[in-house]
Design a protein around this ligand. Structure first.
Ligand code: ARG
Length: 482
């Protein structure tokens, strides 16, 4: 059940309020107030919550067995009709809750009006949104794993491919390209951790809190919570309907992911430029220019970078909306949904595109290897060689700096100066220093855990691949037990 185009909604709703009002709402009010065009996507979750609520009312003696059976059957029928697009909201359905009550009334007559006992849209909407976001968090997790998988697969091919490592976007020290690729997987693993941590805090059920004060009817919020897959029932009914931390926190997780995707996107933009030429994108994951026939652009990477702006914006929107709201529910809180839905939709389109782009790109090993020593990236090897011979690093750094200056003035490599030149810079600089002046030896020397040497990167690769297997399992778990 997707969101709905307001233009397509036809008239004929059944308001959930109005007894004390002399006339219907002004059109201007209705147009401002209506949320069904976007909150319709909560329908499956609202229906799940309605089933649990119906059972609780029956246990409280407020529904006969026959009424419960008919109500559950009508909810199933309504859910099928919604899924098939046979039941649609109308402009007069203020929101998803109103539309679904109309659907029940159409099926059950007066009995359809019984389910509203003991609940309010305030606890319903908070419950629906938690269920929706917990469900979608798993979808996002699955897509994060797909992107991480794509990076991990590429990394496996380049565990010992030399590349220039950069700081300040300047050549710094040689790294393996697999290490660089895996450096983009760890942020995604933290994003996954964040979603699971968030999920544990979001697993609190507001249903039973009513408008704000709980209910005088003998409801069973603990049982409802369990039926809907929550870990617990809300401990305070006022907080339960006022709290939107779970939205803000979800949006922080989404924004942080957006920032990670943006940084990956920026690297791909660089890597695919003429100047770098490290990577070539597959035709199916690149775009052309309408005027320049030769162009091949990394639009996916740029869109990933650009869309991080709206993810950050969604977080700021919700925090700003919440700031200063008195407890309990305020209508301002209706503004939580569009940013949350937009964040979900944004990640749902960006992540698969990035995954496809990464998994199909070709890495130009020759270009990377040629670039790895450029810019005197082996200078640290000289300084470390001197340190191993007892020279204080301060002196070693200085001598190596002089060597770099000499080579820069002659436009030659560090290994290309004569023995005499070396000795003239420092008596400690003996000809054997040339043994460390290759990219291969610089990489092989980096053996500590987490470093860029091929052996350490292979170990890292194995750990990351194992972790992703666990995450695949988590992403597949349903939120509402079936
Ligand atoms: N559409 C509303 C929202 O999203 C539902 C709750 C309305 N509650 C109310 N008291 N008007 O927040």
């Amino acid at each position: 059940m997707d969101s709905v185009d307001p233009q397509s909604l036809s008239a004929g709703g059944a308001r959930l309020w109005g007894g004390r009002f002399a006339g219907g709402p002004a059109e201007a009010l209705a147009r401002l107030s209506v949320s069904v065009q976007f909150d319709w996507r909560l329908a499956p979750y609202d229906l799940a919550a309605s089933r649990a609520h119906a059972r609780v009312l029956a246990r409280a003696g407020l529904f006969t067995n026959d009424e419960l059976g008919r109500t559950l059957a009508a909810l199933d029928d309504l859910e099928a009709a919604c899924a098939a697009g046979l039941f649609r909201p109308t402009v007069e359905d203020e929101d998803v809750h109103t539309a679904l009550e109309r659907g029940l009334l159409e099926r059950l007559g007066a009995l359809g009006g019984k389910l509203r006992a003991g609940r309010s849209r305030n606890d319903q909407v908070a419950t629906d949104l938690r269920l929706y976001l917990r469900d979608r968090a798993r979808g996002i997790a699955a897509r994060l794993v797909e992107l991480a998988d794509a990076l991990v697969e590429q990394a496996e091919r380049h565990l010992d491919t030399p590349a220039p490592g950069m700081t300040h976007l300047q050549h710094a020290q040689p790294v393996t390209f697999g290490h660089q690729l895996l450096a983009h997987v760890h942020p995604l693993l933290r994003d996954l951790d964040r979603l699971r941590d968030w999920d544990a805090r979001a697993a609190v059920c507001p249903l039973g809190s009513g408008a704000l004060a709980g209910s005088s009817l003998p409801l069973d919020p603990v049982r409802v919570a369990r039926e809907l897959g929550f870990a617990s029932a809300a401990p305070n009914s006022i907080d339960a309907v006022s709290d939107r931390d779970f939205v803000a926190e979800f949006l922080f997780a989404a924004a942080m992911t957006g920032v990670h995707l943006s940084r990956l996107g920026e690297e791909v933009v660089l890597w695919t430029s003429q100047e770098f030429g490290w990577v070539e994108l597959d035709d199916s994951f690149a775009t052309g220019s309408s005027i320049m026939p030769q162009k091949k652009n990394a639009d996916i990477a740029e869109l990933a970078r650009g869309k991080s702006g709206r993810l950050i914006g969604a977080l700021v929107t919700v925090l700003t909306m919440l700031k200063g709201l008195p407890l309990a529910y305020d209508r301002d809180m209706q503004e939580d949904k569009e940013p949350a839905f937009d964040a979900v939709d944004t990640l749902d389109v960006v992540l698969p595109a990035l995954a496809g782009m990464i998994s199909t790109m070709t890495v130009r090993v020759d270009r990377l290897a040629a670039a790895a020593p450029v810019g005197y990236t082996l200078a640290t090897e000289v300084a470390d060689w001197l340190v191993r011979r007892g020279v204080p690093f301060r002196e070693a750094h200085d001598a190596t700096g002089q060597l770099v200056a000499l080579c820069a003035s002659r436009d030659c490599r560090l290994s290309e100066v004569s023995d005499d030149d070396l000795r003239a810079i420092s008596p400690h600089l003996e000809p054997e220093v040339r043994e460390v002046l290759s990219v291969r030896s610089a990489l092989a020397a980096r053996t500590t855990p987490g470093s860029t040497g091929p052996k350490a990167v292979a170990d890292q690769w194995g750990d990351v691949a194992d972790k992703l297997t666990d995450w695949r399992d988590w992403a597949a778990l349903p939120v509402v037990p079936r």
